[in-house]
Design a protein around this ligand. Sequence first.
Ligand code: HEM
Length: 421
Amino acid sequence: MNIPKPNLVSSLATEHSGSALDLDAAAVLDPDTYVTGAPFEALARLRAESPVHPVSLPGLPKSWLLTRHTDVRTVSRDTETFTSSRGNTLVEVEMSPTSAMLPGIDPPRHVQVRKLINQGFTARNVTRLEPHMRKVARDIVANITEKGEFDAVPDISAEMSLQVIADVLGVPPEDRMDVFRWSNAIGSLGIEDPDYAPTPEALGQASAEMFRYCAELVEDRRKHGLKDDILSALLVAEVDGEKLNRDQLNEFFLLLAIAGNETTRNTLSHGILALSEHPEQRALLARDPSAIPRAVEELLRWSTPVMHFRRTVTTDVELGGHHIPAGDWVLIHYLSANRDEDVFERADEFDVTREDAGHAAFGGGGTHFCLGAQLARLELRVLLEELYPNVPGLAVTGAPDRLRSSFFHGIKRLPCTTGAA
Ligand code: HEM
């Protein structure tokens, strides 16, 4: 199965002429940049002056960094010209034709494979998970209230996302920290943040452990009967009249564990940070729950936990006045799209009352649009509904410890207080 082999960090450094815009693009792709915060000024300059910017990544195909919302949408929706089957990140990979890794499959097969789990993620079906989510959120509130001082990443963000994805996948709650560890190691591609995966070998080990674990869960379902979880649904699912094989089950498990863990977690952490910096907006959420659904969209726009994805050009194409030949890579930058002044007024201001103008946190639309969007929205809403009305003084007390990654916009530690000294 296709677990991308990690590049060495240094090989992601761009080769450039030294022009100001080349330096901006290099900063955008350099994981080190993000340790001190995302390069919003560089992204703004690129959007204004070179929204389709050429970048050279040593040993990799010629790439183009796309920073405008409109181009992110165009590429996302045109799967014929921009294929996903040659990888989604800055790592070269050729997907196997039988892979079940949705982000790396093109239509028409993509539609078939996505159908296998689509049902579990419709708005109607995720609503069934709400009582469990609310219980988890209430337990989180009780725990931090008791502690007074705490780290919001493990105590709020990770706890919420892990409990929910564990419930969806059928992972017993006591095993959720293993999933957390594996998904951190694999999700950060094993290379970018030494806290999560000190060596490339750690990536291989994490995937091996996760697959062994998935096999145990499958064995349990086979022996003791199916349950009301996605894993059980996948065991009876068929593509082209055939059941999923072991590799395909592993791929689904890994995909959902990572996709459901890193993303919601980082949205929550960035959201708690932003709301701490804007106490008047926090107070609004505490007193008026009807403001929360809109706030959720702003948290998603603001945090954009998946910062970019990649596509490969299949036929020569014109984009932003550039001729881009087949075989080149395009990097669609969601974080930049979500700060695009042409789409969002006062794009650099955090405003939970903002009317959503179509953020790209779940992708730019089209066939790969985030499968878990409804689940994530519900999870974020339930957590905000429980958190701020019950802990209105919740505030960050120290600098966030940011993830070293140009792919996931992450926070590793976020010291907080409930404000009830
Ligand atoms: C705040 C939370 C989340 C964010 C910001 C997010 C973001 C994204 C993005 C940007 C994509 C790529 C879209 C594209 O290529 O057009 C994606 C795809 C995907 N997401 Fe999410 N995601 C979130 C939560 C979740 C959750 C909770 C799950 C499921 C448990 C999930 C499952 C997936 C899957 C399976 C795909 C691949 C879909 C496909 O290729 O057909 N995501 N997500």
